[in-house]
Design a protein around this ligand. Structure first.
Ligand code: SAM
Ligand code: SF4
Length: 329
């Protein structure tokens, strides 16, 4: 699949649920209303849709959410997609908040997952409870170490938050180095109403990188995972640090991905409203697999050039109304 700007679309992110057991302040409002269950695709329907994308050349799939591991029976989907790894799928990965990893890490590895991203914004228990509104740091740390023991490669994702974790990056880089994890820092994006002033949280990563360089030697790296992060190798630890900078740098030029929600809506861009309803197509008995593939191709032909996020102090509304937990991070 090649989009109108010549970009090959080979990466699908699938939000398997919009629900979550945490309420990170930059991601959700405390009193989120979740989608009615009737609107959500079954795991079999999600599997069929993923199969159609694979048939069109998608070779990496990331399961995300909401929290993917709180979806009931999600392992059946992981197993089905995992069985394709090494044949028509190069890689199946997962982004998780880590709360369920203690009990699920072994099964994920057995199903064919080799690499996961765990979101962890701080190593301070009180700050963690505040950012997630009620999460327990210890539960996530137990999960991270269970995943390591199960043989999963781990990247820790931390959203850079002014006044919350900005004094912790040195410590987190050292901690990741010590345990063999990569670290990826992410700029906050204005997605969805989160009941608070988001511009207060925004911290440009150019500043963070400059501060890190005072203590660490960051060597430019060619490493690529299919996602938008730019990586450096930290000479002192031998591990990588990545930066995802949607706000300070336009990461759209090399965009290779589209996002599918748990209701079967395909978003061609995280930062734009245009979408295609694949649920209607999927559930129409008159539409064959070929028809489904055509609907996907029609959507890819509409993929926009890029997002237009701006952090504007005068703008109270988010740039895009839907939350990251709906589109899938
Ligand atoms: N629940 C899982 C987790 O937290 O890893 C998966 C879904 S979460 C939406 C995926 C990623 O998006 C997380 O790393 C989270 O920190 C990030 N995220 C959520 N809202 C964001 C925002 N407004 N700006 C930047 N990153 C955001
Ligand atoms: Fe849940 Fe992940 Fe959003 Fe946090 S970032 S509220 S863990 S979906």
């Amino acid at each position: 699949m090649i989009d109108p700007f010549g970009r090959r679309i080979s990466y699908l992110r699938v939000s398997v649920t919009d629900r979550c057991d945490l309420r990170c302040v930059y991601c959700m409002a405390e009193d989120m209303t979740f989608l009615p269950k009737a609107e959500i695709l079954s795991l079999e329907e999600l599997d069929r849709l993923c199969g159609a994308f694979i048939g069109l050349g998608v070779d990496r799939i990331r399961l995300t959410g909401g929290e993917p591991l709180v979806r009931k029976n999600v392992l059946s989907l992981v197993r089905s997609l995992g069985s394709r790894v090494g044949t028509d799928l190069r890689e199946l990965t997962l982004t998780t908040n880590g709360t369920q990893l203690s009990k699920m890490a072994g099964d994920l590895h057995a199903a064919g997952v080799r690499r996961i991203n765990v979101s962890l914004d701080t190593l301070d228990p009180a700050a963690f409870a505040a950012v997630t509104r009620w999460g327990k740091l210890e539960q996530v740390l137990d999960g991270v170490f269970a995943a390591k023991a199960a043989g999963l490669a781990i990247r820790i994702n931390a959203v850079a938050l002014k006044g919350v974790n900005e004094h912790e990056y040195d410590r987190m880089l050292a901690w990741c180095g010590e345990h063999g994890f990569d670290l990826c820092l992410i700029e906050t994006m204005p997605l969805g109403d989160v009941s608070g002033d988001r511009t207060d949280q925004y911290l440009p990563l150019s500043t963070v990188r400059a501060r890190l360089r005072e203590r660490w030697t960051l060597e430019e790296s060619e490493y690529k995972t299919g996602g938008p992060a730019r990586y450096y190798t930290v000479r002192e630890t031998g591990r990588r640090v990545g930066f995802i900078t949607p706000m300070t740098h336009n990461f759209c030029e090399s965009c290779n991905r589209v996002r599918l929600t748990c209701t079967g809506t395909l978003y061609m861009c995280l930062g734009q409203e245009d979408a295609a309803d694949l649920r209607g197509v999927l559930r129409d008995p008159a539409v064959s697999d070929e028809g489904l593939r055509e609907a996907i191709q029609d959507a890819i032909a509409r993929k926009p050039k890029g997002h237009d996020f701006v952090i504007d102090r005068r703008q109270a509304r988010p740039a895009v109304a839907r939350h990251m937990s709906v589109t899938g991070g």
